[in-house]
Design a protein around this ligand. Structure first.
Ligand SMILES: [Zn+2]
Length: 145
């Protein structure tokens, strides 16, 4: 058994999904991250199911996840602008760059204030689907190269 965590830890992945007011902490060094707004009206990877009347936010995120994995990925119905956006992020990810996906669905990640197990599991945002997808494609292309 490991010791229980008593101190809140800030943990950053290479790709992070942030609320509009968040930034990485300075303790992670001078290597600054590229920041991308992922829910602006002109952003190719915004969630089109966000803010639709009668659709709960959680539901809209599931719909986006479904669109991404089934329509875009499996069926290959990925819009050109989305593919371009995703390809660029994969290249940056593989080059070791930190990537911040900034979503205006919230100002801060919901559970940054939680201590312990919950802190590692942020509340949902369509950014997590994008993060997973970029990581997935990067791992795939490693295998193919
Ligand atoms: Zn979001």
């Amino acid at each position: 058994m490991s010791e229980p965590e008593v101190h809140k830890k800030k943990y950053f992945d290479q790709i992070e999904v942030f609320g509009s007011m968040e930034k990485r902490s300075w303790i992670h060094g001078p290597k600054s991250a590229k920041r991308f707004s992922i829910n602006e009206p002109n952003c190719p990877v915004r969630n089109p199911f966000d803010n639709i009347e009668g659709v709960m936010r959680e539901e809209g995120i599931k719909l986006f996840d479904n669109l991404l994995w089934h329509s875009w990925h499996e069926d290959g119905n990925i819009p050109e602008a989305v593919k371009k956006w995703v390809d660029l992020r994969v290249i940056e990810f593989k080059a070791g760059k930190n990537i911040d996906l900034v979503c205006n669905c919230r100002r801060f990640r919901g559970q940054d204030d939680d201590v312990g197990i919950l802190a590692k599991y942020p509340r949902d945002c369509h950014g997590y689907s994008l993060k997973k997808y970029i990581e997935f494609l990067a791992s795939q292309s490693k295998i193919n190269n």
